[in-house]
Design a protein around this ligand. Structure first.
Ligand SMILES: Cc1cc2nc3c(=O)[nH]c(=O)nc-3n(C[C@H](O)[C@H](O)[C@H](O)COP(=O)(O)O)c2cc1C
Ligand code: SF4
Length: 425
């Protein structure tokens, strides 16, 4: 490999996939994004350690243009639920995050942090947290075919494990409490504070999580937002939380730092967001954002659409949304490089993102560039989603190295081609 981290003069198999692109002022070397993935690989106290740093280093070394990390948690409200996500609200959390940014940069990728917009919300209630807050007290309707649980259950049984002993998701879900107006304002300020920290840790941008039925998404969706104040009702009001966050954060971080959000194009739930409404939201909020990341579904209530079995399942909805926009769009869940290339070529998306595809093969991008075979994610959900629901760090059925990358010197920063960048306050 050359010093630039690019694979020299070898022909590029999928040229559209390897065109550089600008997100705001941030130049990304290709169209391949690691989708936000919470891994449960967090060190005690909510800190980032080597496991997470080298997990991302491997994907950056593998040619991924942009890494979007799993969520940075803006305050300790996540406590009380089994998901383990790293905190970023106190100066003590910063060294781990800045080490992560520096290491990913050393391997030639750009890095954004996903920022969780206010505790677990309805997701917390799904996980049994009696104090979970949401825009409105709408009961949880768990999908009886809850896909991750069902598939993981089968596999755990095969291995002689008693699922009941590990089951951290109960069968009764407390109705989330309605969040008060003053708490919404506090969250807007808190999330802005975390985004400032993300920037100070050396990141290139941040993504606000407004997809998958978590708190931010609950404000956007007519199904879960029944408020009658300025945060509920029409599109202007339902997008107020998102718009306030984008506006307040941009004031603090300035134009060079990219800011965007992730949205479910379709929640696939009665009365939930559909693609027309999602497109209208994106168009309305577009002046405040540098990019939009398009996904689908809602945690546990329509989870099958979040981690679909069909490759590129969201592309057609993403294309409908993209038609209305001029900022770059990212579309998740594209694993096949030929499909990724054609979706970009046909103007259906600007970038493609993958979580499971890059868990399965961190070298996916470099292999796609040269048209080499890659290790395919078999969509079993056992090692990844099937473990995080039990508070366990992810593994992968087809990649034994997941979360052991920190023990593999090939990913260490001193082997990387790029110069150090320094954290500057
Ligand atoms: C283990 C795991 C954890 C995930 N965590 C998050 C998350 O924290 N935030 C998010 O927006 N999406 C999360 N996702 C969803 C992915 O970002 C992506 O939208 C989805 O998995 C579809 O892409 P894929 O088919 O390439 O996996 C997660 C996915 C997996 C597999
Ligand atoms: S193959 Fe790996 S990444 Fe894909 S679903 Fe299974 S455990 Fe998850």
């Amino acid at each position: 490999m050359s010093k630039t981290g690019q694979r020299g003069s070898k022909p590029i198999k999928y040229p559209e996939l390897f065109q550089p692109i600008k997100i705001g002022k941030v130049e990304v070397k290709n169209r391949i994004v690691m989708a936000a993935t919470h891994t449960d690989a967090v060190e005690p106290g909510g800190f980032i350690g080597d496991r997470l740093i080298y997990f991302y280093a491997a994907r950056a070394k593998g040619g991924t243009g942009l890494i979007i990390t799993g969520p940075a948690i803006i305050e300790p409200t996540i406590i009380g639920v089994p998901y383990l996500m790293p905190f970023l609200y106190d100066a003590a959390h910063m060294p781990g995050w800045s080490e992560l940014a520096e290491t990913v940069h050393a391997w030639g990728a750009k890095v954004f942090a996903q920022v969780d917009s206010g505790g677990p919300g309805r997701l917390g209630a799904l996980l049994g947290n009696p104090n979970a807050l949401a825009p409105s007290p709408v009961p949880i309707e768990m999908d009886p075919k809850y896909v991750v649980q069902k598939r993981a259950e089968k596999l755990w049984k095969k291995r002689g494990l008693d699922l009941a002993k590990h089951d951290l998701i109960g069968n009764e879900f407390p109705v989330p409490k309605e969040i008060k107006n003053e708490d919404i304002h506090r969250l807007e300020d808190q999330i802005t504070h975390t985004v400032e920290m993300v920037k100070r840790c050396g990141f290139d941008g941040a993504e606000f999580h407004f997809a998958h039925g978590i708190m931010g998404a609950n404000f956007l969706s007519p199904r879960t937002n029944l408020r009658t104040d300025e945060y509920g009702g029409n599109l202007e009001n339902r997008t107020r939380y998102l718009r306030n966050i984008l506006y307040k954060a941009k004031q603090k971080v300035g134009p060079d730092f990219a800011l965007g959000f992730k949205i479910s194009a379709d929640e696939h739930l009665p009365g939930g967001l559909n693609v027309e409404e999602a497109a209208a939201i994106c168009q309305y909020v577009e002046p405040l954002t540098d990019f939009i990341d398009i996904s689908a579904g809602a945690h546990h209530e329509s989870q099958a659409f979040m981690e679909p079995e069909e490759d590129g399942a969201i592309i057609e909805d993403a294309a409908i949304i993209k038609k209305k926009l001029s900022v770059p769009t990212i579309t998740v869940s594209v694993h096949n490089p030929a499909l990724a290339n054609s979706a970009i070529k046909e103007g259906k998306t600007d970038m493609i993102a993958s979580s499971r595809g890059l868990i399965a093969d961190p070298e996916w991008a470099n292999k796609a560039r040269e048209g080499k075979p890659y290790v395919k994610c078999i969509k079993c959900l056992f090692g990844c989603c099937g473990r995080v629901d039990y508070g366990l760090p992810i593994r992968c059925e087809v990649n034994p190295n997941v979360m052991l990358e920190y023990q593999m010197p090939e990913y260490y920063r001193f082997n990387a081609p790029y110069k150090r960048t320094y954290y500057v306050e």
